[in-house]
Design a protein around this ligand. Sequence first.
Ligand SMILES: Cc1ncc(COP(=O)(O)O)c(C=O)c1O
Length: 432
Amino acid sequence: MTTNQQLWERREAAVPRGVSSMHQRFFAKGANAVIFDAEGQRYIDLATGIAVCNTGHGDPRIIEAVKRQLDLFSHCSFQVTPYESYVALAEQLNAIAPIDGPAKTIFFTTGAEALENAVKIARAHTGRRGIVTFQGGYHGRTLLTLAMTGKVMPYKAKFGPMPTDVFHTRFPIAYHGFSDEEAIEGLKALFASSIEPSAVAAIVLEPVLGEGGFYTASYAFFKALREICDEHGILLIADEVQSGFARTGRIFAMDWVREANGVTPDLLTVAKAMAGGFPISGVIGRADIMDAPDPGGLGGTYGGSPLGCVAGLEVLKIIDEDDLCERAVSIGDRIKARLRSLQQNGLGFIGDVRGPGAMIAVEIVKDRDPNAPNPVLTKAIVQAAADQGLLMLSCGLRGNVIRFLPALTAPDDIIDEAMDRLEAVLTRIHLA
Ligand SMILES: Cc1ncc(COP(=O)(O)O)c(C=O)c1O
């Protein structure tokens, strides 16, 4: 048997250190919510390939659909000869996305590419240059999306100069003492100090900050942003790359906002979980805006790969058939209840426990103090949990957030087993 250690040594020799891996364990096989490493060690997967496998590993419905497509063709490029699955997936997303009026959808391959193209579409529609994003936001690693990302280490350092005309403002995080009102004042100050609102093409934000730490923008904040956008002719772009496809208890996190106060974005970016692990991304938006770029202005050789399209159609069916939105809420409630009970039982390093649906985060702090993040302990918990067969990810601007992103197809006994293991790890650390 080749060990994880042997593979790690080969990895270090062959692959640059710039692409880091959170765990020194080589993934060998997955089965729904569980995975196995190269040594046959079993883990409950709370990372799902960074919020991709919402439908679990190896769902036979997705595998069958992709196999059927593989027997026909794997690639032809939509730009050369279109195919029906692309159009069918666009039609379905247009019908369900929280967009006001008729919608259109275009597909790409990665989340960053979706964001890049959302900016191109917004600029073509408005004839404006400026893009406003949020500190702590994450939009990708290509140079434009890196400029939009609001975290320097490890993403932006050494990679400048950044594309211009991207401006950052602060995201409202009540837990850190920064309110919606202060965030709106900050945006207005940006308009006074850095770019006039009439030159801003779009404000781009994640409804729930992903890499930034799973902080949710309030309905009231979205309403205020929508009003500002409407007043100044600015487009509102919701980046749902991490929050989409049932993760938050709705197909899109913006569905919650629309239900609460009718606010919708003009464009919505999607990727990750939309095809259960097959690389595809997209921009869904108001038809009049989506048609702004000229023919040939958008695309890419692999954009909307037929394998991604058939997998995407299957994912939408599974979300519906298996009630994954409802399941996300139920799984999330189960995890949050366990974390809150540990918090109440005296584990003072458990700070805020939060998140919609099954997009759950716990903030690791010193002595319950929101202003005393503990990134060292956070890292130690993630590593200790892996030793106990639990695969988790950390995140957050301050590196002190642990995120829970289980498969939405995980049965209750797997979620309970995961939380039992985590409880054992946390209790041991508490008592040490
Ligand atoms: C909210 C958000 N936007 C964009 C991206 C970039 O997606 P990708 O890594 O597929 O380029 C990510 C990736 O984590 C993300 O979480």
